[in-house]
Design a protein around this ligand. Structure first.
Ligand code: NAP
Length: 248
């Protein structure tokens, strides 16, 4: 029996990186995958084709998670096409790093809209469906930076810490309706993006991690799978690090 058989999952920001890894693992575990992206049309079509070729049901939706109305229309379209939403993974996120001295108001606002408001938008969107079904699992993609803070990332750290507060509040509010909400705090995850960085610098980062390697998108996806599935039925309001022991 596959862990997500019969479940419909929305994953935001899955044209690449961690979101894509989650979409692949979810589809392999039997979920119907509705994923979103902002502009990578070709990558989205390729992922749709990849998952479908492996026998899964998957559809990519171009939808800006930071826009409230887009999020509501997305959920309506998913429910119309697939009947319900059992799992929401609020994964879409960006960085706009800068020292506070140089950080612009736009850099602050953009991060809050895309990283934090997006989770509000999508969670509001799925609420009615999950309340009616009296079940649901919501997972918010935070970061170890949201737990610990980081110089040069005041905007990003604040948005990711905000997601942890949001996660705990949603868990408290909706637990009685059997809707769970948890957060994942990845550490250094190696994606196509980090592949472009200086190998010497990346190796120094790896050496500083107790498990002596960067994480893979699959490492994060496996926790998302656990939290989305009924295996984690008594776990809510938690933030779990996937960081090779970086934060202890
Ligand atoms: P990524 O490779 O840059 O991918 C970001 C994804 O989000 C893309 O699919 C992008 O779509 C989508 N996206 C961006 N803005 C969006 C919007 N407004 N609406 C909908 N989708 C949007 O990122 P990643 O490294 O996989 O990170 C994924 C999440 O994990 C983020 O929340 C990030 O903060 C968090 N995280 C990452 C790491 C890490 O080491 N990588 C560590 C801790 C936390 P397009 O392709 O169309 O632009």
């Amino acid at each position: 029996m596959k862990l997500l058989e019969g479940k419909v999952a929305i994953i935001t920001g899955a044209s690449r990186g961690i979101g894509k890894g989650i979409a692949e693992v979810f589809a392999a575990q039997g979920a119907t995958v509705a994923f979103t992206y902002l502009s990578s049309d070709e990558k989205a079509r390729a992922l749709e084709a990849e998952l479908t070729a492996k026998g899964g049901v998957a559809k990519g939706f171009k939808s800006d998670a930071s826009k409230f109305d887009d999020a509501q229309s997305l959920v309506d379209a998913v429910v119309k096409e697939f009947g319900t939403v059992d799992v929401l993974i609020n994964n879409a996120g960006i960085t706009r790093d800068n020292l506070l001295m140089r950080m612009s108001e736009d850099q602050w606002d953009e991060i809050m809209e895309i990283n934090l408001k997006s989770a509000f938008n999508l969670t509001k969107g799925v609420l009615r469906t999950m309340l009616k079904a009296r079940k649901g699992s919501i997972v918010n993609m935070s970061s170890v930076v949201g737990v610990k803070g980081n110089a040069g990332q005041a905007n990003y750290a604040a948005s990711k810490a905000g997601l942890i507060g949001f996660t705990k509040s949603v868990a408290a509010e909706l637990g009685s309706r059997n809707i769970r909400c948890n957060a994942i705090a990845p550490g250094f995850i190696e994606t196509e993006m980090t592949g472009a960085l200086d190998e010497k610098v990346v190796q120094e980062w790896r050496d500083a991690i107790p498990l002596k390697r960067g994480g893979s998108t699959e490492d994060v996806a496996n926790l998302a799978l656990f939290l989305a599935s009924d295996m984690s039925g008594y776990i809510t309001g938690q933030t779990i690090n996937v960081d090779g022991g970086m934060l202890m």
